[in-house]
Design a protein around this ligand. Structure first.
Ligand SMILES: Cc1ncc(COP(=O)(O)O)c(C=O)c1O
Length: 432
C-alpha cells in the first residue's frame, strides 16, 4: 500500500467530516524523535505532534518498552478492576498537581475528561450553569460542542441552554476594543455582568484553557485568571482548568498551564499528550469534590492499563529529563525566531503568541498597513509550502489563519533552528 492507496480508501470508506490537513493528506507511517516518515518514504520535521499529543517524541524507547511490557501482560481490564499501572499513574498525577488535586477519574479522550469535569462540578454544587470562553474548544460530544465557542466546530444547531460564553482574553482582537494593560482586564471583569445578566446566578463551573489551543494559542495577559476565577468563586462556581493542550510541561517551566497564572484550579482535565499518543483522558480534583458523584459510573476504556503504562513512562521521562526547563529554553528560542520572522514579514505576520513549545503566528492581510483582516488563504498556502519543504505544522483560530507550532518536547535547539529556517523559506514562497 502506498500513500495514494490510503487516501483513496479513506475517501471511499470514511466519513467526509474526518478532516485532514493539506490538499494531499500526509500518510504517516513511522516516526522517531521529532521526525516522521510518510508511506512513500518522505521525511518531515514534526512540529505538531498529532495535535500536541506525541508530547515527548515518536518511538521513545522508554515509553515503547513500557507499552510492550504491558501488552505482554494484559491489555484491558475496564474501570471495574483496578490494576497497577492505573493506580501508579493516578499517584504520579496527584504528585504533579497543585492544590490538593489528589484523585483522578480516567477516560479515553479529552472530550470525556471535560464532560466528567462538568459533571462533577454540577454534582458538587447542585447547580447546572457553566461558563466557558469564546474561542475555546472542548471536544465533540453534545456538551463539549456546546462549550466550544467556534461555529465551524459545531454540528449541532442547538447548544445546551446552561452554557454561557465569556469574552476571551484575546488581546490581539479584543472584543471590547481595549488594549492591555489600560483595559484593566475588562474581559475578565465582565464575567460579573455575564453571571448577573445571563444566568440564574447558579454557576457550577467556569471551564477555561490556560492557552486557547484550537482557538489559535490565544494567550491571556497576566492577571486575567486571578480576576476571572475570583469572580466565579464569589458566585459559588468551581474553576476547571482544561489542560488537554497546555499540560505536562508544554508551556515551559511549570508542569501545568494554570500554574503560570497564579490560580489553583478546583478541577483539571488532561488528555492528548499524557500517554505520549496512547488514548487517555483524566479528570483530577480534590477528594471532597470527587466524592460528589454518588451514582453509578464506568468508563470501559478509561484507565486502560496499556495507556496508563505509557502514561507512567511519560511522566517519568518528563521528570528524569527535566522537560519543563528544557521546553522553556527551546521554547524561548522558537519564540525569538518567530518574533524575528514577524519583523522580516511585517505585513503577513500579525501576532506572535504562546508559551514554551506552544507558539502561534496569526496571519493577516496587512499588519504593517494596519489591516488585521484574517488571511486564512495565506495559512493554507503556508501549510502547503512548509510541507513541501519538509515541515509539519498545525493550523487553528476561529478564522483558520493561525499557524500553530508545537513540536514534541524532546526537540533540540538545532531542530528548532531547522524548523524556523524552513518556515522562513515558506514565508518567502508565500509572500513573493
Ligand atoms: C483543550 C481541549 N479540550 C478538549 C479536547 C477534546 O479532546 P479529544 O479530541 O481527545 O476528545 C481538545 C481537543 O483538541 C482540546 O484541545
Amino acid at each position: 500500500m502506498n500513500s495514494h492507496d490510503v487516501r483513496r480508501l479513506q475517501h471511499d470508506h470514511m466519513w467526509p467530516c474526518t478532516i485532514t490537513y493539506y490538499e494531499e493528506p500526509v500518510v504517516l507511517a513511522e516516526g522517531e524523535g521529532v521526525r516522521v516518515k510518510d508511506l512513500d518514504g518522505r521525511e518531515y520535521l514534526d512540529f505538531f505532534g498529532g495535535i500536541l499529543t506525541t508530547s515527548i517524541g515518536h518511538r521513545v524507547p522508554e515509553i515503547t518498552r513500557a507499552v510492550h511490557d504491558q501488552v505482554d501482560r494484559i491489555v484491558h481490564s475496564s474501570t471495574l478492576y483496578p490494576s497497577a499501572p492505573v493506580v501508579r499513574l493516578a499517584e504520579r498525577i496527584a504528585h504533579s498537581c497543585p492544590g490538593g488535586l489528589d484523585q483522578t477519574f480516567f477516560t479515553s479522550s479529552g472530550t470525556d475528561a471535560d464532560e466528567t469535569a462538568v459533571m462533577v462540578c454540577q454534582a458538587h454544587t447542585g447547580r447546572l450553569e457553566v461558563i466557558a470562553l469564546r474561542h475555546c474548544y472542548s471536544g465533540r460530544s453534545y456538551l463539549a460542542q456546546s462549550l466550544t465557542a467556534h461555529a465551524p466546530w459545531r454540528t449541532a444547531a442547538m447548544t445546551l441552554p446552561f452554557v454561557r460564553h465569556a469574552h476571551a482574553p484575546y488581546c490581539y482582537r479584543c472584543d471590547l476594543g481595549l488594549t492591555y494593560p489600560n483595559c484593566d482586564l475588562r474581559c475578565a471583569r465582565d464575567i460579573e455582568q455575564l453571571i448577573r445578566t445571563t444566568t440564574a446566578g447558579e454557576v457550577a463551573a467556569f471551564i477555561a484553557e490556560p492557552i486557547l489551543g484550537v482557538g489559535g494559542f490565544v494567550t491571556p495577559p497576566p492577571g486575567y485568571f486571578e480576576v476571572a476565577v475570583d469572580i466565579v468563586r464569589q458566585h459559588g462556581g468551581l474553576f476547571i482548568s482544561d489542560e488537554v493542550q497546555t499540560g505536562l510541561g508544554r508551556t515551559g517551566q511549570k508542569m501545568w498551564g494554570a500554574e503560570h497564572f497564579g490560580v489553583v484550579p478546583d478541577v483539571m482535565t488532561m488528555a492528548k499528550g499524557i500517554a505520549n499518543g496512547l488514548p487517555l483522558g483524566a479528570t483530577v480534583t480534590r477528594p471532597e469534590v470527587a466524592s460528589s458523584i454518588t451514582g453509578l459510573t464506568i468508563s470501559t476504556f478509561g484507565g486502560n492499563p496499556v495507556a496508563c503504562a505509557a502514561g507512567c513512562a511519560t511522566f517519568d521521562y518528563i521528570q528524569d529529563h527535566s522537560l519543563p526547563a528544557h521546553v522553556d529554553e527551546v521554547g524561548t528560542a522558537l519564540r525569538e525566531g518567530l518574533v524575528s520572522l514577524k519583523a522580516d514579514f511585517p505585513r503577513l505576520v500579525g501576532d506572535v503568541r504562546g508559551m514554551g513549545l506552544m507558539q502561534g503566528i496569526e496571519l493577516v492581510v496587512d499588519e504593517a498597513g494596519g489591516d488585521r483582516t484574517p488571511d486564512p488563504d495565506a495559512a493554507v498556502r503556508l501549510m502547503e509550502a512548509t510541507k513541501a519543504r519538509g515541515l509539519l505544522v498545525g493550523k487553528g483560530g476561529l478564522y483558520g489563519n493561525v499557524l500553530r507550532l508545537a513540536p514534541p518536547m524532546m526537540v533540540s535547539g538545532d531542530d528548532v533552528s531547522k524548523g524556523l529556517a524552513i518556515l522562513a523559506e515558506a514565508l518567502s514562497d508565500v509572500t513573493s
